[in-house]
Design a protein around this ligand. Structure first.
Ligand SMILES: Nc1nc2c(ncn2[C@@H]2O[C@H](COP(=O)(O)OP(=O)(O)OP(=O)(O)O)[C@@H](O)[C@H]2O)c(=O)[nH]1
Length: 301
């Protein structure tokens, strides 16, 4: 059964809330709040797919709620439908200009509300799919560089704010040029795919991720992980690639595919920018290559 969409209804009038709940509750999971303040609090800790928002309410009005939701990267892409007794063209234009996806006037017709909600949910589904496709590397099917840049930046800011640890790993397949030269570019592609999948499969926490950094390089972002824990995780990644046991008879350091890994860990906010973490991890990677490859090297920040 497809998952039900989560819809938040924000209206200070209890009767309107009741009618909207009856109208939408059969097909969707409906949540009700009676003020703009409660809507902002609710969306901080709950993921919702669509918001139906009254305009005129005591406290902060619907327009202001919308502005605040659009300012927050976590809530900015939630579609919002205004529902209001203000039925002038000026009000409708203002709501749409602020970024609402639709504007319904009260008194409303239940069937029309249902259809308009369904339309917005379909658009949201398509947008989410496009967003997901734009973040996935076509060859290896793991997150791409774009995803890495966006999410590393967010995690760096979060760790800096909370004073928590953040570790970044950069890894590179050893003597991969020789692999391509020996087995051909198509076999090289297949090898990249297998290595990427094996690396990604080691991420057990939902906050960790591994992305293709470019060519035969990968990056891991590990929030709340210190240097020691990052070293243990890197050894696990190295072993996962060993265990694939992909023959590499042209390698100069082993008879199968291996990876080298550089680690940089931010502890107590001691990295000036997310870029610094990547640069330090890159230095670690060079050191691991220099030390003979198939190694892990952690750099002190
Ligand atoms: N098949 C395939 N090869 C790629 C892809 N992207 C990059 N490469 C190859 O990866 C190789 C990287 O070579 P180098 O940077 O010299 O590194 P290396 O041979 O792995 O040597 P070390 O890193 O020093 O161990 C090049 O031959 C690239 O053509 C890809 O998508 N598919």
């Amino acid at each position: 059964m497809p998952k039900k969409a989560k819809i938040l209804i924000v209206d200070d009038d209890p009767l309107n809330r009741l009618v909207l709940e009856k109208t939408l509750g059969q097909d969707h999971d409906v949540f009700l709040v009676d003020s703009g303040e409660k809507a902002l609090t609710f969306t901080k800790s709950n993921q919702v797919d669509l918001i139906i928002l009254d305009v005129v309410m005591p406290g902060i009005d619907g327009y202001e709620v919308l502005v605040q939701l659009k300012e927050n990267p976590i809530t900015q892409s939630i579609p919002i439908i205004f529902i209001s007794a203000n039925n002038s063209h000026t009000d409708e234009a203002k709501g749409l200009e602020l970024g609402a996806m639709d504007y319904i006037t009260k008194p409303f017709n239940a069937s029309i509300v249902k259809v308009r909600v369904r339309n917005q949910l379909l658009i949201k589904q398509k947008n989410d799919l496009l967003e997901m496709l734009a973040s996935i590397d076509g060859l290896t099917e793991i997150p791409n560089r774009r995803y890495l840049d966006e999410n590393l930046s967010r995690e760096w800011r979060r760790s800096k704010r909370n004073g928590s640890c953040l570790s970044v790993l950069l890894m590179d397949i050893d003597h991969f040029k020789r692999y391509n030269d020996c087995y051909g570019h198509r076999a090289g592609d297949e090898c990249l795919k297998q290595v990427a999948q094996a690396l990604a499969a080691q991420c057990e926490r939902s906050t960790d991720f591994i992305a293709r950094y470019g060519g035969e390089e990968f990056a891991a972002v590990l929030p709340d992980v210190n240097k020691q824990q990052a070293q243990a995780f890197a050894q696990k990644l190295r072993k996962a690639v060993h265990d694939l046991n992909i023959e590499h008879k042209a390698s100069l350091n082993a008879e199968h595919i291996t990876i080298s890994i550089g680690i940089a860990s931010m502890e107590n906010g001691n990295a000036s920018a997310e870029q610094a973490l990547l640069e330090q991890a890159d230095l670690g990677l060079y050191a691991a290559k220099d030390a003979g490859r198939d190694q892990v090297f952690a750099v002190n920040l």
